[in-house]
Ligand binder design. Structure first.
Ligand code: ADE
Length: 313
């Protein structure tokens, strides 16, 4: 099929030195080392395939293989930098709620990232099935997302487009954040019809209007995800991209009567359009969200055995 038609890079080929990273030698493997089982996801960037490692190390283990077409990512200097960024980010990040990069390699036409397989699929699917979450369940996921983002921020990394599709669940039901650096600049290309880059409902206003952003943009997205979980749909929507943009930048936040007061306060703090005044923008970062969630690390790690009464009420 179209997975294996690509030729491996030759030893000593220096044309793609920008894309060659020490990670490749640390996690050496090739497409031939993996049996392709099924497609997990597709986007303009390439696809994600469930694979099984054929040989040692990790013989028999399942992974998610993300392939990226260089033709679509190496379109300009910025995108090259971003793809490199995903690698660099995943390489330096080890955190229980962030997907782990296990191998990386490339051919002339594609980059491959072999990621930890998240059997629980997208949080998005669970949200679709459930309609909306009760607050204790929302708290559990938000606690894990908050810890993951706090860890990224401590390394100087801003995630920038957190959304339910990028939040995966492992086989024990815990969260794994995925999709770093990919296609992030292309998100703003007005002429792109790429559906992969289509979701703006979760982006902070300052990200949409490209006025410069910092880690507080992630806390806005946490507010949107929280609202989505409790409401069964995000707070700002539109029939098309432009309407959605307007809603995110200027729409009125409608806090439903069935949200508890504490949940409303938390969402109001996160969904503040002034990045500097947003909850989490201060020097304490994630601790400002952790406190209203009255969240401990134990809460976040409690998994599905979590029985704490709603902290938000
Ligand atoms: N879809 C995208 N990445 C994935 C992963 N690591 N596991 C499962 N499904 C995915």
């Amino acid at each position: 099929g179209d997975y294996d038609c690509d030729v491996p890079m030759k030893e000593g080929d220096t044309r793609e030195t920008e894309l060659n990273h020490k990670l490749i030698s640390n996690y050496k493997a090739s497409v031939q080392d993996f049996a392709l089982l099924k497609t997990l996801g597709k986007g303009g960037y390439g696809k994600v395939i469930l694979v099984r490692k054929r040989n040692e190390p990790d013989k028999g283990k399942l992974f998610a293989m993300k392939s990226l077409k260089k033709a679509t990512i190496v379109t300009n200097q910025k995108d090259t930098v971003h793809t490199k960024a995903e690698r660099n980010i995943l390489e330096q990040v080890t955190h229980p709620f962030i997907v782990e990069l296990r191998y990386a390699f490339q051919t002339n036409g594609k980059l491959y990232l072999i990621l930890e397989y998240c059997q629980g699929g997208e949080l998005f699917m669970l949200m679709e099935r459930q309609g909306n979450f009760l607050e204790p369940m929302a708290k559990f996921y938000l606690a894990q997302i908050t810890l993951a983002l706090g860890h990224l921020h401590s390394l100087g990394i801003v995630y920038r487009d957190l959304k339910p599709e990028n939040i995966l669940l492992d086989k024990t039901g815990n969260i794994k954040i995925t999709d770093f650096g990919l296609c992030k600049e292309s998100v703003f290309d007005e002429d792109t019809t790429n559906t992969f880059c289509g979701t703006i409902e979760y982006m902070a206003p300052e990200v949409i209007i490209r006025r410069g952003h910092n880690r507080s943009a992630d806390w806005w997205s946490v507010g949107v995800v929280m609202y989505d979980m409790l409401n069964g749909g995000p707070p700002f929507t539109g029939r098309d991209r432009n309407e959605a943009k307007k809603a995110v930048c200027r729409g009125k936040l409608k806090l439903k009567s069935y949200f508890t007061l504490n949940a409303r306060d938390l969402m109001k703090g996160l969904l503040n359009r002034q990045p500097a005044n947003r909850l989490g923008a201060g020097p304490n970062d994630y601790l400002d969200i952790k406190t209203p969630l009255s969240m401990t690390h134990a809460d976040a790690f409690a998994g599905f055995t979590y029985t704490h009464p709603s902290i938000m009420s």
